[in-house]
Design a protein around this ligand. Structure first.
Ligand code: TRP
Length: 446
């Protein structure tokens, strides 16, 4: 039917790719402010529990189905079907996943484009091109269009090179750089006045907030978005894992890396915000909460960097490089979902599939840029709050209700022969069958 499938060549390569998908704007931007405005360490505590008890089992469902079928999301789900009804259901879920992830990419690319524009801002100022710098940091359709196109070109370039030469190679380069930049920035910000107040706001728990259901709901939503669940991303990455790998172990490493980097990002963002406060930058919004939306990244932090003089130029460069890297390793995992389908099921050459699908998504993105106010928020809400949780539910149904237990066990046994007696297989089926679907429904109807 098509060319031989790609495969990750090492455990490290897979971990970097999957952690790269998981670690994105959601971790560096969403998680820290969510934590600070929801009771600090109390939220962190809820998040850690939910991530491991609910998101990790759902992640495993995708990885196991993917590696079992060794195919894109549509074909993989169809291979589990037991009759015409479930076959049809598989087709519907697979396609909804492809469409959802394409729309997620279409808004993600716009925001990632801002990160690239802000990366060039300190360079322009260093070269004395203040007019250019002002243009780069002012919201406008032309700037947004150019930078989202640039971002999509990078994404298409990596995906057209394939699993090994594209995804694995770039994730293995970019993710270690991300960790190094993050650690250096944290160390630097810790030396500045006000940083410790931020750390306190981040980490001192307000346990009374745990009784608040909205806290649990946002922790759960954060965990699902952050682990890239529900749209077939992890399923497709799972399909490129060697049969010799121990799935429960590498799945938990991915979850640990994702959570670990989110927690670290909090140690950068919150202290940085309080350092900004210390230098006279406004960090609270009209309701008295921390500024968390676009304002945080495009006004609070740049204002802070602006107070740092020459050092600020390098800090700004490092910070927006960090954001761009985090975005790019996530966006490639999104584009891979429709591309894998085009390559395997429609027989299109990978390069062509990447260019065609990437161009369509770029056009959707451009349409959103030119109709920003009515469309942007709507696309975010429909994809991440409505479609993604329901699809997550559907993946759990496939793994635990449609597929049989023996099939799952067979798949885990490859690479982990002792699986049947391990803790994972004692708990996981129950979770995916009952706990995850129920939890997703509860969150959904909130
Ligand atoms: N997890 C990424 C983040 O935290 C975003 C992401 C990548 C994603 N792939 C996805 C979100 C698929 C939803 C679905 O930013």
């Amino acid at each position: 039917m098509s060319a031989p499938r790609g495969e990750f060549t090492s455990r490290f390569g897979f971990l970097m790719a999957a952690a790269g998908s998981a670690v994105g704007l959601g971790n560096i931007w969403g998680f820290p402010t969510n934590t600070a405005s929801n009771g600090g360490a109390a939220f962190l505590f809820a998040y850690l529990i939910l991530a491991f008890l609910l998101a990790y089992p759902a992640l495993m469902a995708e990885l196991i189905i993917g590696r079992h079928a060794r195919a894109n999301a549509v074909t993989a789900l169809q291979s589990l079907a037991t009759g015409p009804g479930t076959r049809w259901f598989a087709l519907a879920v697979g396609f909804t996943g492809i469409i959802t992830v394409s729309f997620i990419l279409s808004f993600y690319a716009i925001v990632s484009g801002w990160m690239i524009a802000f990366f060039f801002d300190p360079l322009a100022r260093m070269l004395g091109m203040d007019g250019l710098a002002a243009w780069l940091t002012t919201d406008g359709s032309l700037r947004n269009s150019l930078f989202l196109i640039l971002f999509m070109l990078l994404t298409i370039y990596i995906i057209s090179a394939g699993v090994k030469e594209g995804i694995e190679k770039w994730a293995s380069r970019l993710m270690p750089s991300l960790v190094v930049i993050l650690l250096l920035l944290i160390l630097y910000v810790f030396t500045l006045p006000g940083a410790m107040d931020g750390l306190r706001a981040y980490l001192v728990p307000d346990f009374s907030r745990l009784a608040d259901t909205s806290l649990l709901v946002s922790a759960m939503g954060q965990a699902f978005f952050s682990l890239s669940l529900g749209v077939g991303t992890m399923l497709v990455y799972g399909s490129y894992i060697s049969k010799r790998e121990n799935l429960p172990v590498i799945g938990s490493l991915v979850a640990l890396l994702d959570v670990g980097i989110a927690v670290l990002a909090g140690m950068l963002i919150l202290p940085a915000m309080y350092v900004a406060l210390n230098s006279g930058v406004e960090i609270f919004d009209a309701q008295g909460g921390l500024i968390a939306g676009p304002g945080l990244i495009v006004s609070v932090l740049p204002a802070l960097f602006g107070t740092m003089g020459v050092v600020g130029v390098f800090v700004a460069l490092a910070f927006f490089a960090l954001m761009t890297i985090a975005s790019l390793t996530s966006s490639i995992s999104m584009l891979e979902v429709p591309v894998a389908y085009g390559v395997e099921s429609l027989g299109v050459a990978r390069r062509k599939a990447a260019i065609v699908v990437g161009s369509i998504i770029t056009l959707i993105s451009l349409a959103i840029v030119f109709n920003f106010d009515p469309w942007f928020d709507r696309v975010v809400t429909y994809t991440t709050e409505m479609s993604q949780p329901l699809l997550g539910l559907a993946f759990c149904v496939f793994a635990a209700w449609i597929w049989n237990r023996n099939g799952v066990l067979e798949e885990i046994r490859q690479g982990s022969p002792e699986a049947a007696d391990g803790w994972f297989f004692r708990i996981w089926p129950f979770y995916v069958k009952f706990v995850c679907p129920l939890a997703i429904l509860v969150v959904y109807f909130q």
